[in-house]
Design a protein around this ligand. Structure first.
Ligand code: UDX
Ligand code: ADP
Length: 462
């Protein structure tokens, strides 16, 4: 029986996952560690509104478990030493340098973790990879642990996270499935069972799948690739709908009722974002290429090409509709996060749309209910299209939606926050320059209602 768990990485995956394990297993001590002191301080903040990540329902889970059997700390070595099971939940961004640049996952944070575990561990440990990783990472972790360790035994498990941001707590409470991959050896199976026992505290056994490590690693990439492919497929149709007079919402409804297809993940949008889809598909492409499987690589790469096209085409359409010039015009953005109910902005379409508009010298005002100013500037600067000083000339981050839209030529809706639907759209219309345009990148608002107020309304795919 595991009594002590440590998780390295207190981010979007590690934080909520460990909070739920701690809440559901009061007899297990769960310590989440991170190098980033600010982040740990925020997790320990007495005001639950200051938790570093926004996720509906997370505050209540943290409130119940924190201080009882859930702890957040920067003492990484101590937590590793005490734990019988260590989850690795550090970030694995796409490489921005060297071989595999822009495609392979950067495993330096994972490797650093493995080396740290190897250095510190004095007793046998089960190491669980939780971050999304390219296939065969477990082998790399194992090599490091076995060759630099202090003679202790390590078992490596793969337990990919399938939670989606914005619904993380519900997804963790009632997962479609839990996947655990491990060695086929006896000690491998024993380690698998120890992790199964933890989940079995709240997940029924028939939803806990066990496989070999490689299948588990590849299943995560495959799930995300299939989901992203659906979004790119419906987005490809959205452009055709715009040309032919079909309505993508109607098309999506019609095909979604086919039980072989299903209704989820068919919402046409300005393009998918988030930390997983693009990274995981690029990973898949990279792995396929490295085995010389060029057709496989090209097949999946097209999902990304389509997504890039969808983001670019949205900005292009705005510019051409606004009489081919946005120079000096105020454009209001509602939403910056990559989807609603999260403050995560990684790969958000809003970043790329803003970048394209600023290249045309538009003045962009942004309002997002959960994303702060520093993050928005960081995202733009990260693209390195222009300097921080230049970006600041063109972008303004607002705290109130009504001042964001005031005197603007157009509104772009980039995140599907529910609150946008409840705004006083008549008041918004009155405060804008005419003709007042709304470019709805999320098919969020009611076309008829907006047109009756007087807006020129354009959505994706109709
Ligand atoms: C995803 C997977 O769903 C999750 O299982 C995995 O563990 C991590 O990656 P996440 O990135 O949090 O989760 O969000 P998801 O809900 O999958 O949405 C990804 C992107 O696709 C968002 O930008 C979303 O707005 C977009 N999307 C989704 C659409 O544009 N249309 C849809 O119909 C669905
Ligand atoms: P994810 O969405 O995968 O959870 P995040 O970037 O939100 O990604 O979280 C990853 C966390 O891992 C970050 O807070 C980062 O500081 C932390 N981290 C990265 N490397 C290490 C390490 N060697 N030791 C401890 N924490 C680390």
């Amino acid at each position: 029986m595991i009594k002590n768990i440590c998780c390295i990485g207190a981010g979007y995956v590690g934080g909520p996952t460990m909070a739920v394990i701690a809440q559901k297993c009061p007899n297990i001590k769960v310590t989440v560690v991170d190098l980033n002191e600010d982040r740990i301080d925020a997790w320990n903040s007495s005001n639950l509104e200051n938790l570093p990540i926004y996720e509906p329902g997370l505050d209540r889970v943290v409130e119940e478990a924190r201080g009882r059997n859930l702890f957040f700390s920067t003492e990484v070595d101590k937590a590793i030493d005490e734990a019988e099971m260590i989850f690795i939940s550090v970030n694995t961004p796409t490489k921005t340098y060297g071989v595999g640049k822009g495609m392979a996952a950067d495993l330096k944070y994972i490797e650093l973790c493995a080396r740290q575990i190897a250095r510190v561990a004095k007793s046998d440990k089960i190491v669980v990879e939780k971050s999304t990783l390219p296939v065969r990472t477990a082998q790399a972790i194992k090599d490091i642990l076995d060759h630099t360790g202090n003679g202790v035994n390590f078992q490596i498990l793969s337990n990919p996270e399938f939670l989606a941001e914005g619904t993380a707590i519900d997804d963790l409470f009632a997962p479609d499935r839990v996947l655990i991959g491990g060695d086929i050896t006896e000690s491998g199976q024993k380690a698998i069972n120890q992790l199964v026992d933890i989940y079995a505290n709240w997940v029924s056994k028939d939803r806990i799948l066990t496989t070999n490590v490689w299948s588990s690693e590849l299943s995560k990439l495959t799930a995300n690739a299939f989901l992203a492919q659906r979004v790119s497929s419906i987005n490809a149709m959205s452009e055709l709908c715009e040309k032919t007079g079909a309505d993508v919402n109607e098309v999506a409804k019609a095909i979604g009722m086919d039980s072989r297809i299903g209704s989820k993940f068919l919402k046409a949008s300005v393009g998918f974002g988030g930390s997983c889809f693009q990274k995981d598909i690029l990973n898949l492409v990279y792995i396929a290429k490295s085995y010389g499987l060029n057709e496989v690589a090209d097949y999946w790469e097209q999902v990304i090409i389509m997504n890039d096209h969808q983001k670019r085409r949205f900005a292009k359409n705005m510019i051409s509709t606004l009489y081919n010039t946005v120079s000096g015009k105020k454009i209001a953005f509602l939403g910056w996060a990559f989807k609603k109910d999260t403050n995560d902005t990684r790969e958000s379409a809003a970043i790329y749309v803003a970048d394209d508009l600023i290249s045309e010298q538009a003045m962009v005002s942004v309002f997002d209910p959960k994303v702060d100013e520093t993050q928005i500037l960081f995202d733009l600067n990260y693209l390195e299209t222009r300097s921080d000083i230049e970006n600041k000339k063109y972008i303004k981050i607002e705290k109130d939606p009504y001042s964001t839209v005031e005197n603007s030529h157009a509104i772009a809706i980039l995140t599907e926050w529910d609150e946008f639907k409840t705004y006083d759209w008549k008041r918004i219309y009155d405060s804008m320059l005419k003709p007042a345009f709304v470019f709805d990148g999320r098919n969020l608002l009611d076309k008829k209602e907006l047109e009756e107020i007087g807006f020129v309304y354009q959505a994706i795919g109709s």
